[in-house]
Write a new protein. Structure first.
Length: 157
């Protein structure tokens, strides 16, 4: 990852510099995710779906196909095609809900978690290593900032 050349003229305000850096990080993460998708014969939406399902699994939440589609901005037909594709690849499965056995939920397979960890694990480990260099106050500030930006992006339509 190379640093872009400094613009001529006065230096940007520190806040704007951080916003530009965040944008650059988002671009690099998007490219990293695209490389994962390409290497594994997936669409970008497939990767987003797997991330959503892994997040739900970590939170102990069940995810119906409708909820997954809503989170990804897909219609019913698109969601069905997505889940069918991931199921054929052995990355997800449809199962009966734990609380309501009439409900069908989509769960991520361990194979998908292993595949993701093999590719994203080194980046995750490096990120955790960097965060260990910050104290609790700094970690709270980082968490608050990233949460605020995520919420602002989610609300921007």
């Amino acid at each position: 990852m190379s640093t872009p050349p400094a613009p001529s003229g006065p230096a940007p305000e520190p806040e704007l510099e951080i916003v530009h850096l965040l944008r650059a990080v988002a671009v690099e993460l998007g490219l990293h995710s695209a490389r994962f998708a390409h290497r594994n014969g997936m669409h970008a939406t497939d990767v987003r779906a797997l991330i959503a399902l892994m997040d739900a699994r970590r939170a102990g939440e069940e995810t119906s196909a409708g909820r997954l589609g809503g989170a990804l901005g897909l219609n019913s037909a698109g969601t069905t095609a997505l889940v069918d594709r991931l199921e054929r690849a052995g990355l997800v499965r449809r199962v009966r809900g734990r609380q309501d056995r009439r409900r069908v939920v989509v769960e991520v397979e361990d194979r998908a978690v292993d595949l993701g960890w093999a590719f994203f694990g080194p980046l995750i480990e490096r990120s955790v290593e960097l965060l260990r260099g910050y104290d609790d106050h700094q970690l709270t500030a980082i968490r608050d900032f990233l949460t605020g930006v995520r919420e602002a992006a989610a609300g921007a339509e």
